[in-house]
Design a protein around this ligand. Structure first.
Ligand code: EPU
Length: 363
């Protein structure tokens, strides 16, 4: 099946170089999707409807626990352009297959500021809205205009605005499944495995103001004596901060933060502070508190620990890493990563009464 001459289709192919954890696993069928017409071609295949589908961006938010049956759709839609300007914003559009960091740099070089705090986040433009990426006080939803996607069941192309994407902390409509629905796809509850994002549009402010609330960034500002930094300066600082505490996935396999930072009620927070007064916590506008998962994991003694070739990064306990390749030529398995993750969840739960939520998709 899926042997169309115009489209690049691979069979029984390795996914090791296509996931940032560098876990060894194979895809039964891998299709390189460069435009919506590739998806429309796939829809005409007799086996398409019955096949399971998985949309792959940069593979930087994914744990592979085995070979992937069905079809992996590797999104390679390219292009970056200024679409239009409004009174307040530059509306910039990028193909879902563009590398996120290269796109951020491109926007800054062309004079469209606003994405600098999210520099160096691994992955693609199309994956960014799926988990509503964020760093140093700015989330994708703060700069999002709209996106185009294609329904993998019907081939219908549709656009979603921010409200329709239902963004939350590292969350969106694309992370949720829904029961089969007869209505228009974008009106149902979830789009997981049902839609492929083609293009994303960003609203980048003409009257740009720096976002410097995070301690790491205020420290950089003091060190550099720059009290009115440019967007490019902030970009450089964010790159330096990230390089100093997060592993480069090209060198050490990882998916960034492995768990979400949990939110707790004010009462729960008081209880946890009573157990450990040093717990890192931040008040949220709705009266709840966000706790630093990295701190909780660290406090349970996990930093630097390993299960097989899967380990807890020495400089940031929120990041699990692949310590391979080992003697067998392979590194950590998805099973080792998940065994480690579950052991961490159990010990944080036993000590603090909090069940940490896993951030990447587990396949
Ligand atoms: N901490 C420890 N020990 C550790 C790790 C952290 O005590 O091993 C403490 C730190 O000292 C700090 C606090 O925990 O007081 C928070 O740490 P950090 O500033 O490194 O940020 P984070 O909450 O761990 C989040 C995001 C990152 C993002 C940074 C900066 C999540 C799940 N993670 O990490 O996003 O880069 O803030 O905004 O929200 C990602 O999602 O993959 C990611 C890297």
């Amino acid at each position: 099946m899926f042997d169309n001459g115009a489209m690049l289709v691979e069979k029984n192919t390795s996914l090791q170089a296509l996931n940032s954890f560098h876990i060894a696993a194979r895809a039964q069928t891998l299709v390189h999707v460069t435009s919506e017409s590739d998806v429309l071609t796939l829809l005409r295949e007799p086996d398409w409807a019955a096949s399971s589908k998985w949309v792959l961006g940069g593979g930087s938010n994914l744990v592979l626990t085995g070979d992937v049956k069905g079809v992996v759709l590797k999104v390679e839609v390219t292009g970056r352009r200024l679409l239009r300007t409004t009174a307040k914003d530059f509306i910039v559009e990028a193909g879902a297959g563009e590398n996120w960091h290269a796109f951020v740099l491109w926007t800054l070089e062309h004079g469209y500021p606003g994405l600098e705090n999210m520099a160096l986040i691994p992955g693609t433009v199309g994956a960014a809205p799926v988990q509503n990426i964020g760093a140093y006080g700015v989330e994708l939803q703060d700069r999002f205009d709209s996106l185009d996607a294609i329904d993998l069941d019907t081939g219908q192309i549709f656009s979603l605005n921010a409200a329709q994407c239902a963004f939350g902390y590292r969350d969106s409509i694309f992370k949720h499944s829904s029961a089969a629905s007869s209505g228009a796809v974008h009106q149902s509850l979830g789009l997981k495995d049902r839609a492929l994002i083609l293009r994303v549009r960003f609203a980048l402010p003409k009257l740009w103001k720096p976002t410097l609330g995070y301690a790491d960034l205020s420290k950089k500002m003091l060190e550099n004596g720059a009290n009115q930094p440019t967007a490019l300066q902030i970009f450089d600082w964010v790159c330096a901060i990230r390089r100093s505490k997060l592993p480069d996935p090209e060198v050490i396999g990882n998916v960034g933060s492995f768990f979400k930072n949990p939110s707790v009620s004010a009462e729960q927070c008081v209880d946890i502070i009573a157990r450990d007064p040093k717990v890192v916590h931040y008040a949220l506008p709705d009266g709840s508190f966000k706790l630093a998962a990295g701190w909780l994991i660290d406090a349970c003694g996990w930093r630097g620990k390993s299960v097989g070739q899967a380990g807890v990064y020495e400089k940031q306990a929120l990041v699990l890493v692949n310590r391979g390749p080992g003697i067998d030529g392979f590194g950590a398995t998805g099973g080792e990563v998940m065994t480690l993750a579950k052991a961490i969840q159990t010990s944080v739960y036993e000590r603090f009464g909090i069940m940490l939520e896993i951030e990447p998709a587990v396949l």
